[in-house]
Design a protein. Structure first.
Length: 289
């Protein structure tokens, strides 16, 4: 089974009405005008979409941050792009998404359930949520996002953590566990720590829950716009993978960061992780995750 994971897409809309700025969105739009739009290139989407189709995944996931300031127009663009891709996948392919903090950027966007309205058939209103990918792979989705006027932090809370512990206990031995959540559980050695106001407030409790399960877990996330794969020292049973941002350009990734691929063997055996990355000459190449 091949699973493709898209990270932070961050579709955006620049032209908005003045009354849409009476919120944290004023800050987000200022950042968008001054900075973000120079680096996020929605024009890369057709190439990303077409390469996902070339890879013909059995399941397609997204780790959230479809939008930038959770405007209705951004959700329309993002859900149209996503739906257009999903409908071209092979008929039996599954698709699932979790929200990112930018998809609940303002209290109004969360109250009006704009994310659920846009992605309802591919997401959940109950968290954690569980989906089967094939017969033996359990995908558990988490949602720590909440509108926050001051920063970009997330919080799972005791109830979601407690239900997650139960979910993990109930997965039959021998089955695989994937967790999809927008926020990372730390950063690999050599990269600077995430700022407190940007991360998951209950990361320590989450890592404890993952470690206590004793089960091999692949934890897939986004939020920090840089692909990586590592194992946190306090949870040696966990592989944490950052899917990266497909439409974010930089010196290292002049055509975007590509997307994550997970190959899961039908029977027992190790899953394989790789990334599809633009090769700079109009093609794509395999890269390390
Ligand atoms: Fe993001
Ligand atoms: Fe984020």
């Amino acid at each position: 089974m091949r699973i493709v994971v898209l990270g932070d897409l961050h579709f955006y809309q620049l032209a908005i009405w003045p009354w849409q700025l009476f919120s944290k969105r004023l800050l987000g739009q200022a950042n968008l005008w001054l900075n973000r739009r120079r680096h996020f290139k929605p024009s890369l989407w057709p190439s990303v979409r077409d390469q996902v189709l070339v890879r013909a995944p059995d399941a397609l996931l997204c780790s959230g941050d479809f939008t930038t300031t959770a405007l209705p127009g951004e959700f329309r663009t993002a859900s149209t792009a996503w739906a257009g891709l999903v409908e071209k996948l092979k008929p039996c392919a599954g698709a699932f998404v979790v929200p990112g903090n930018h998809d609940r950027y303002t209290f109004a966007s969360a109250r009006k359930h704009l994310f659920e309205a846009a992605f309802g058939q591919w997401t959940s209103r109950e968290w954690p949520t569980q989906r089967m990918l094939g017969d033996r792979t359990h995908l558990i989705g988490l949602d720590p996002t909440r509108p926050n006027p001051f920063n970009a932090s997330g919080h799972l809370g005791d109830e979601q953590l407690s239900k997650l512990r139960t979910c993990l206990q109930e997965v039959p031995v021998g089955h695989r566990i994937l967790i999809l959540c927008h926020y990372p559980i730390g950063t690999p050695e050599g990269l600077s720590d995430e700022e407190a106001g940007h991360g998951l407030q209950d990361t320590t409790a989450l890592i404890k829950a993952l470690a206590a399960s004793g089960r091999p877990i692949t934890y897939i996330h986004g939020h920090i716009h840089w692909p990586w794969k590592w194992t946190p020292p306090s949870a040696p049973n966990v592989i944490a993978i950052n899917a990266g941002a497909p439409m974010l350009i930089s010196n290292r990734y002049p055509q975007g960061q590509g997307f994550l691929e997970i190959e899961i063997p039908d029977e027992s055996g190790e899953a394989e992780y790789s990334r599809q990355e633009p090769d700079g000459e109009g093609g794509w190449q395999n890269a390390s995750p």
